[in-house]
Design a protein around this ligand. Structure first.
Ligand code: LMR
Length: 411
């Protein structure tokens, strides 16, 4: 018996050189926050909306939709997703575009925004429309680099942030040198993690270089409606590219933030093409890459989104819900800033009220981030990004006091 066990343990394993890959730190922040029993703890880490009591918020519009759905069965969805979801979402985002009127848009339901980016990248390759290179911003959402590298793209980083603002000059310099035929990931609004978006004038210059260099834009549009309260206002940049400049593009959409459907993994990828025939081909390619990766998408979330978008009363309520979320975040930005000014905290905190969307960039050092966690039980991303949605009337003064004391005492 003993010798059998000994010989079993002596056998070589195929995993001997398997590396340990550290998890994405943003999920570690949530894990550490949940494990902390201090009643004062604050989570400004992961980008998930919280209400004025610091709790997850089920949108009233989503509650209404769920009560109408009752039971959506357990059958497979079609490979490209629920038809009423795809048409509802396409209409929501592209309702005023020539591309939609001319049937030039291909679409496929995806596993939220990450799945949409994944399908976009795979479809670009299958369509022979990619040179295998992609440009992303530095910094950017932590998953961009991982996702494109895992699909064997060569990832190039473009400077994005300098002196607490969008580094337009650095960005343009690198854009003008981009390899023709490459893809470029553009954050349609609410740049993650900096909260700094190009102005409309800057977007126009970006579009003209994208055209000149023959780059293919992939619009990461995870925050449409959530940023300003209006889907149309938040989609301005992508509409400018496709409508005013007639640029082909992919659009990666998610209903995690805008409908609070984080766990339902509900998103869509759309390709804006030049002809109905190309859209038909792109639809076939999207179905093909969807089948190869997840076979068919998730049903429940798409029924919720479809019910919200296709029922006028529920859609009106959703419009109000978007305003509730975006204005609460805006109010918290202002409160945090006012409190830091009142405390005369060393440093310029005005970027907090100039940035937009869910995130703020504080610029505090790694030692200061650690101190905030160890002493004040405040959890934030290692980049110093804070999710403003984690603040509320009950904790914003505590948070400001902690920042004030930390920047005065820790380098
Ligand atoms: C974030 O940036 O914190 C969120 O989008 C969550 C995630 O998946 O990273």
């Amino acid at each position: 018996m003993g010798s059998i066990q000994a010989s079993k343990t002596n056998q070589r394993s195929v995993f001997e050189s398997a590396p340990y890959i550290p998890p994405d730190l943003i999920f570690e922040v949530t894990k550490n926050y949940l494990a902390d029993s201090d009643p004062k703890k604050v989570n400004v880490g992961a980008g998930t909306y919280r209400d004025e009591n610091g709790q997850p918020w089920v949108l009233p519009s989503v509650r209404m939709a769920k009560s109408l759905i009752a039971d959506c069965g357990h059958e497979y969805l079609p490979i490209a997703g629920l038809k009423s979801f795809r048409t509802g979402v396409t209409e929501l985002v592209f309702h005023d575009t020539t591309a939609l009127r001319n049937d030039c848009i291909a679409s496929c339901q995806s596993l939220s925004g990450t799945g949409a980016l994944h399908l976009a990248a795979l479809a670009l390759k299958k369509a022979n429309a990619s040179n295998g290179e992609v440009y992303i911003t530095d910094p950017t959402w932590s998953n961009h680099e991982l996702l494109f590298e895992s699909l064997n793209f060569v990832v190039h980083k473009m400077p994005y942030y300098k002196n607490s603002a969008f580094d337009f000059d650095g960005y343009m310099e690198s854009l003008k040198a981009a390899i023709p035929g490459s893809a470029i990931v553009l954050h349609t609004c609410a740049h993650n993690p900096t909260g700094c978006d190009p102005s409309q004038a800057q977007w126009k210059e970006i579009a003209s270089v994208v055209q000149e260099r023959q780059l293919f834009p992939i619009f990461d549009s995870a925050y449409l409606g959530f940023n300003s309260g209006s889907v149309d206002a938040d989609a301005w940049a992508l509409k400018y590219f496709i409508e005013e400049c007639n640029i082909e593009a992919a659009v990666a959409l998610s209903f995690a933030k805008s409908m609070g459907l984080y766990g339902e993994r509900t998103g869509m990828v759309a390709f804006v093409t030049r002809s109905p025939e190309m859209a038909v081909n792109l639809n076939s390619i999207l179905e093909n890459v969807q089948r190869a990766t997840v076979s068919s998408p998730v049903a429940y979330g798409s029924h919720i989104v479809s019910t919200v978008l296709n029922n006028p009363d529920i859609k009106d309520q959703w419009a109000k819900d978007l305003v509730t979320m975006s204005s609460r975040i805006q109010a918290m930005r202002q409160k945090l800033y006012d409190e830091l000014v009142r405390l005369q905290t060393p440093g310029d905190w005005s970027p907090i009220i100039r940035q937009s969307g869910m995130f703020g960039y504080t610029g505090i050092s790694p030692a200061q981030i650690k101190h905030m966690q160890d002493k004040y039980h405040i959890y934030m991303a290692d980049t110093s990004r804070i999710s403003i949605a984690g603040l509320n009337d009950k904790n914003v003064e505590y948070f400001a006091m902690a920042i004030d004391s930390t920047v005065r005492n820790i380098q």
